[in-house]
Ligand binder design. Structure first.
Ligand code: NIG
Ligand code: FE
Length: 419
């Protein structure tokens, strides 16, 4: 695993410790467990210990001497950021639709007319394996440069077994080849193919009977996601698809209540989803039910920003006891960004979250949203040596000096990658 690494004397070492068992809710979302003048020792790619610099130097004298050193004086050290919702593997871009939306056309109207998700589906179906791999690799690089060490990645631009598998296989190869970790989600139920729009039953059956069993058998995904929205999949269809996935060991996720209230949040609680995502229009009842069922609410303010929509009620959700995570929703239609730090900024300025809460939402709570809290999301003994170092004197500066990339160094599995 290479040499040990000693990261020393950070102005603020944000450990995010003590949230591994349960996602942080309410006041716990403000507990960063921050150490001033903090240091961190990594061996064999795993965190050995974190603590005050002088204590660490006393306790691990010899092991520190043998390690590579990274001086973090005057900087902020955090767990590698985790993006729990992306559509990483896809072909092409949709600037044309951006221009159309700026002229007043709506996202859903563009989709109903055969653009939107359908446009990217055509491009992704036509793309060869290599093209998809290369385009997605570039995005992963950008994630890394912006401090992200793990991303969730969904299929859903294939819409046939063959092309859904192609997307998932590319994600699988990238997981092996690229340092950023990828957690895969099957999302065959992302759109009803254009030519079946008026008769969606057979497609829903194909997702259930044809796609889910093969994806599960090939071990190509851990989660099963559905776009539950008027004009896409109804709550009933979504429920059938998510329950079918459960039978094959795929944990439910859901794109819920994005464009209008559609009882997706309530469904998330009912089926025991690990997360419900978007939630711009989630009802009070849905929020209460999700909080009670320990569903993580994954908020995607970049999408609201880019679609010029109302933002999700982040402040209200946290106060109501929902564990909240944040994500880019990286995709070519509704959120082409790869900057999770910018999303943190939107969380503060547009959803009433505090800088502490957005930090929790992009580290440990994001890890919970993808079932990885035992490995990542905090800097504690035994967790992965995934670390982001920001060249800012305190973590408030991250969202105060907005629209800039403050990442100084990224460490993945104890290896210094971006410096
Ligand atoms: O999460 N809402 C549905 N799916 C994606 C957008 C996909 C696209 O427009 O290509 C989302 O926003
Ligand atoms: Fe999405």
């Amino acid at each position: 695993m290479g040499k040990a690494l000693f990261i020393s004397n950070a102005a603020q070492l944000i450990t995010m410790a003590d949230h591994t068992e349960q996602p942080a809710k309410k006041e716990a979302m403000s507990h960063l467990n921050l150490i001033e003048n903090g240091s961190l020792l990594i061996e064999d790619g795993k965190v050995v210990e974190v603590g005050r610099d002088d204590d660490m130097r006393d306790k691990y004298k010899d092991r520190i001497q043998a390690a590579e050193h990274l001086d973090a004086s005057g900087k902020v050290v955090t767990p590698g950021l985790v993006d729990p919702h992306t559509h990483l593997v896809h072909a092409g871009t949709r600037e044309n639709e951006y221009a159309m939306r700026l002229q007043g056309q709506s996202y859903m109207d563009i989709m109903s007319a055969g653009g939107g998700i359908h446009a990217t589906t055509r491009a992704t179906q036509q793309a060869g394996h290599e093209q998809l791999y290369e385009e997605s690799w570039e995005r992963l690089q950008q994630f890394l440069i912006h401090g992200v060490t793990t991303v969730e990645a969904k299929s859903g631009y294939g819409l046939t077994l063959e092309h859904e598998l192609k997307q998932l296989e590319v994600a699988h190869e990238l997981q092996a080849d690229h340092p950023v970790d990828i957690v895969s989600t099957f999302m065959g139920a992302h759109a009803i193919p254009m030519d079946e729009k008026d008769n969606p039953g057979p497609f829903v059956n194909r997702v259930i009977d044809e796609m889910i069993p093969v994806v599960a058998e090939k071990n190509l995904a851990e989660f099963n996601d559905v776009f539950c929205e008027r004009g896409v999949f109804t709550p009933d269809q979504s429920k059938r698809i998510l329950e079918a996935g459960k039978k094959y060991g795929l944990t439910p996720k859901i794109h819920a209540d994005e464009i209008e209230p559609y009882e997706g949040s309530e469904l998330a609680a009912e089926v025991g989803a690990i997360s419900a995502d978007h939630l711009l229009k989630a009802s009070d009842k849905g929020i209460r039910e999700m909080a009670a069922a320990d569903v993580v609410g994954v908020l995607l303010p970049g999408t609201a920003f880019f679609l010029m929509a109302e933002f999700a009620r982040g402040r209200h959700m946290i106060d109501a006891g929902l564990a909240v995570a944040l994500s880019t929703d990286q995709n070519p239609g509704s959120s082409p960004t790869i900057s999770l730090p910018f999303i943190m900024n939107l969380g503060c300025l547009k959803m009433g979250m505090t800088p502490e809460e957005v930090m929790t939402a992009t580290t440990i709570n994001a890890a919970h949203a993808i079932g990885r809290a035992d490995e990542i999301g905090s800097l504690e003994p035994g967790k992965k040596g995934d670390v982001t170092i920001f060249d800012v004197p305190n973590h408030l500066t991250l969202s105060y000096k907005y629209g800039m990339n403050h990442v100084d160094t990224v460490v993945k599995d104890g290896q210094v990658l971006v410096a």
